[in-house]
Design a protein around this ligand. Structure first.
Ligand SMILES: C[S@@+](CC[C@H](N)C(=O)[O-])C[C@H]1O[C@@H](n2cnc3c(N)ncnc32)[C@H](O)[C@@H]1O
Length: 196
């Protein structure tokens, strides 16, 4: 579907070109940085301007940063940070191969059919950090339901991972506080023998 992809690429190129804010790592990664291995290979999938990549490289990991947008990738390359290989790549057409990463980070990119390939792409003991929009309650993020997870949906899509961390504040309590309209998960793929 080249036409659809061209339109998507143009949309994201424009957004990334206009965004002058410094790249920021996702909260799920900042709050759970202590779970990262000391060394290894990490993938920042649909990396945008690469906030997650910068944190992962600073933490000592070798980082692959993939995004459809040449503008985003050019800006990340422009930072010339050692340890980061930034690549223009359609992650739906070319997902990561099996057992190729120790850590995969996905923030604010949701394509449900890709999730099994991401789990497969983790090496034994590998970690998936995921953060994206959940049910819309206070009005943060896109209106389109297709761009958001349903209530409690993400753990059910990642049953092959052991959940290390999950947060979905939903509509509980004081809506002016908390982590609203978004979901964070860290899951670990255990080595086969660890399941026993
Ligand atoms: C909302 S941004 C999130 C960027 C970054 N992960 C973050 O949290 O700042 C979504 C990103 O997904 C990228 N994207 C959309 N479809 C893609 C695809 N098929 N393959 C690779 N990247 C894609 C866009 O170019 C955009 O940079």
């Amino acid at each position: 579907m080249p036409d659809q992809n061209d339109a998507l690429r143009r949309k994201w190129n424009r957004r990334h070109a206009e965004n002058q804010a410094p790249p920021q790592a996702a909260r799920v990664l900042c709050e759970n940085r202590h779970l990262l291995p000391a060394v290894g290979d990490a993938l920042d999938l649909a990396c945008g301007l690469g906030g997650n990549s910068l944190l992962l490289a600073e933490a000592g990991m070798r980082v692959a940063a993939w995004d459809l947008s040449p503008v985003a990738i050019a800006r990340l390359r422009g930072q010339a940070r050692p340890g980061i290989r930034a690549e223009v790549r359609d992650v739906i057409a070319a997902p990561p191969v099996a057992k190729s990463f120790d850590v995969i980070v996905v923030s604010y990119f949701l394509h449900r059919p890709l999730l099994p390939a991401l789990v497969e792409a983790l090496r034994p003991d590998g970690l998936l950090f995921y953060e994206t929009f959940g049910p819309r309650i206070v009005g943060i993020g896109p209106e389109k339901a297709g761009f958001r997870l349903r209530r409690s949906e993400l753990p059910g899509l990642l049953l092959d991972l052991i959940p290390c961390y999950y947060r979905e504040d939903g509509a509980a309590g004081d809506l002016s506080e908390g982590f609203r309209d978004r979901v964070m998960l860290v899951g670990q793929r255990l080595a086969a023998c660890s399941y026993e």
